[in-house]
Design a protein. Structure first.
Length: 320
């Protein structure tokens, strides 16, 4: 089984990225051949600053490796090192109905937030389909907000296969309901565009300050509290063992624990859980050559898979 997922290098990664996309993807590493990549072509739809794009790309590589991506079994690469996907994007574009792209929420959401309405932003799901179809992925682990794009990739694959013969495997999205949406400091979806994130590799001071800013209701220390509606508890549950979770749940319901104390517990469990990741990241920062080698070796393997698919697609449409 082939598993593929990508992440845009558009800023510092936060807990939503980790629990919504990274961790599920890392857990899948053992279930098949994983292809994970840094979607820097996609990032160009919203980021036009070369130095920032370069820095973000390196940071995502470090983050992924620090969090447990195993380059011995997973093919890890930069999207732009596999230029075959851009040619495949064109072959897919000519079978992609405009209506399919017009229905995508992400384009509407992004232009509503002020991102320039370019052709690249509009055609972004076709490039994403090319990423997926180029390696003949079976499974695509993504957060809920990307599910529609994987469905677009399915529709494009089906349409191409119908018109030109069976070239592409039809992929399925995989979403873990238990971690579907990680709430941010204000209780909305955690997202860098809402400035409500807790970074995966923020400094201790910044991380503590952010945890203290998580919005709660105004119940006093003595009052019993409802864990189900509390943002602090929802974040705590991401890190807690079942025993720690039921103990915290009982303390909420019993009353006598203020939100300040719950936040302190959240900070501690978060900071301790991420400690081994931080240590590995610091080590990787001292070994950037190793990181570069991993990415280049990954690109070579991804290119081989993409080349094969592209040749089949070129032949199917009559270019060769
Ligand atoms: P952001 O919303 O911060 O811009 P992205 O859209 O770049 O994040 O998301 C990158 C990946 O992380 C996607 O697969 C997305 O589904 C996942 N993700 C982002 N935020 C969350 C969240 N709050 N909860 C769960 N998954 C998330
Ligand atoms: N569009 C995805 C995001 O913004 C990143 C991405 C690009 C991707 N290509 C992909 C994810 C292919 C899964 C499969 O998060």
């Amino acid at each position: 089984m082939r598993i593929l997922s990508g992440i845009q290098p558009s800023g510092k990664l936060h807990l939503g990225n980790y629990f919504g996309m990274m961790r599920p993807a890392l857990e899948l590493q053992e279930r098949g051949q994983a292809f994970y990549f840094i979607a820097n072509y996609h990032a160009l739809t919203s980021l036009h600053d070369a130095a920032t794009l370069r820095a973000n790309t390196l940071n995502v590589a470090l983050d992924f490796l620090a969090c447990g991506l195993d380059p011995a079994c997973t093919i890890f690469f930069r999207q732009s090192d596999v230029p075959e996907v851009t040619e495949l994007t064109w072959l897919l574009s000519v079978v992609t109905p405009m209506g399919l792209l017009e229905r995508c929420h992400s384009y509407k959401d992004k232009t509503a937030k002020g991102i320039a309405a370019t052709h690249g932003l509009f055609a972004y799901p076709v490039l994403m389909a090319a990423d997926i179809l180029s390696v003949q992925a079976d499974l695509v682990p993504v957060g809920r907000d990307q599910k529609q794009h994987v469905e677009v990739a399915r529709d494009i694959a089906i349409k191409f296969n119908l018109e030109f013969g069976e070239v592409f495997k039809v992929p399925t999205p995989e979403i873990r309901d238990s971690v579907a949406v990680v709430p941010g400091l204000d209780g909305q979806k955690m997202s860098k565009s809402y400035n409500n994130t807790i970074e995966l590799f923020g400094s201790e001071k910044e991380t503590r300050a952010r945890v203290m800013r998580v919005v709660t209701d105004s119940k006093g220390m003595a009052d019993p509290k409802d864990p189900a509606t509390c943002n602090v508890f929802q974040l705590y549950r991401l890190f807690a063992s079942p025993d720690q979770l039921s103990a915290m749940d009982a303390r909420y319901r019993a009353g006598g624990m203020g939100y300040g104390e719950a936040k302190k517990a959240l900070f501690e469990i978060l900071w301790d859980t991420l400690a081994p990741f931080r240590a590995r990241r610091e080590e990787l920062e001292r070994n950037l050559d190793f990181v570069e080698q991993v990415l280049l070796a990954g690109a070579e393997k991804a290119r081989a898979a993409a080349r094969k698919t592209l040749d089949d697609a070129r032949h199917a449409v009559g270019l060769t």
